[in-house]
Design a protein around this ligand. Structure first.
Ligand code: PCA
Length: 344
């Protein structure tokens, strides 16, 4: 990005960028008489890839965070949010930040199980099923989460949950056996495994591609929040949503460590302050919207209700299997997170 000279002789990355010609900027430099570089720091622009649609509360929250940092830093650090997988698709965002192709971005934590099993604690069925417990799990897992990210050259800024996860399906589901052979959209390894354990056939699909997948019959079912069903107008393709409350996965906003180290302390403090505000606002919004999303599904003609006792029991059995499998992978470190959570 080009810096532009303001009438006060400072440098900003905002305001009049489009209308300032090079000649005008050069003229101002001459008028000012002294080299601008003595006081002004070069402004930075950070592109921030987001996987989910612009109108989703995670994306709106991230865009607000980006604007708040830009404003508080007087444009010295301009963060620009790119929602809907427009800059990098969901599946590419983590690597893009890790390799420095993007300095900052948002990714679903539990989708990173291939990087480290620890990330998957975020989608263990029935471990944390309310906002309150999800917050506790976040606090219990945060030290290991930060350490895992640190090893990858990344820094955690904030994390915000999705509402509780429920089961979407075209037809009524009374027990897991009704899911046999159903084409099941998965968003991480855990949801793929859950599908397998029900006898369904999983395919990994990012939220941004969901409408297409359901419209073409590639997917007939999924486990997700009311939020994602609402965003994708899922009622056009699917009739049932069971409020299983299986877990509340979180998105996290992370920064490339080298990009972070390139900020001076003042800018770092601005980013951390705004991140703390964004985290609070994001959790508040998720809580506020959870029931509203369910109402919207019903208002648009879906059957929305609790799972039958049989379906609930099947999910619980599957959850026990998945937790055991996860502990085998995540070892003592994983157990330590569970212990810390249970002690809270
Ligand atoms: N929505 C995201 C992840 C969890 C959720 O509720 C999705 O379905 O991709």
């Amino acid at each position: 990005m080009k810096n532009v000279v303001t009438s006060q002789g400072g440098v900003t990355s905002q305001g009049g960028r489009a209308s300032f010609g090079i000649a005008a900027a050069a003229a101002l430099v001459l008028v000012a008489g002294t080299p601008l570089s003595t006081t002004a720091q070069a402004a930075e622009k950070w592109d921030m890839p987001l996987a989910y649609s612009a109108s989703n509360y995670h994306s709106e929250n991230a865009a607000k965070f980006a604007e708040a940092v830009t404003a508080a830093s007087g444009g010295e650090l301009e963060i620009v949010a790119h929602p809907g997988g427009s800059l990098f698709k969901g599946g590419e965002i983590y690597r893009a930040i890790r390799t420095g192709q993007a300095p900052i971005g948002e990714r679903l934590i539990s989708a990173l199980g291939n990087e480290d099993p620890l990330f998957e604690v975020d989608a263990l069925p029935f471990l944390a099923t309310s906002f309150e417990d999800s917050w506790k799990l976040y606090q219990a897992s945060k030290p290991q989460l930060e350490e895992t990210l640190d090893k990858a050259g990344l820094k955690l800024l904030y994390a915000v949950p999705w509402p509780p996860q429920g089961l979407y399906n075209k037809s009524a589901v009374n027990a897991a056996s009704d899911m046999k052979g159903v084409k099941f959209r998965a968003y991480n390894a855990a949801t793929s495994r859950l599908a397998e354990l029900m006898g369904a056939v999983p395919t990994k699909i990012e939220a941004a591609e969901l409408t297409q997948a359901f419209a073409t019959g590639v997917a007939e079912s999924m486990i997700s929040s009311g939020s994602t069903g609402y965003d994708r107008k899922i009622w056009e393709h699917v009739k049932y949503w069971y409020d299983v409350q299986a877990w509340l996965p979180k998105n996290m906003v992370i920064v490339n460590q080298a990009a972070w180290d390139g900020l001076d302390e003042t800018l770092q403090k601005i980013v951390l302050d705004e991140a703390a505000k964004a985290e609070q606002a994001g959790w508040d919004k998720a809580r506020e919207l959870a029931d509203w999303y369910k109402e919207q599904l019903a208002a648009n003609g879906m059957e929305v209700g609790p799972p039958s006792a049989a379906l609930k029991a099947d999910f619980e059995a599957i959850g026990t299997t998945m937790t055991k499998e996860w502990l085998d992978k995540a070892g003592a470190e994983g157990q330590a997170v569970i212990d810390a959570y249970n002690a809270m």
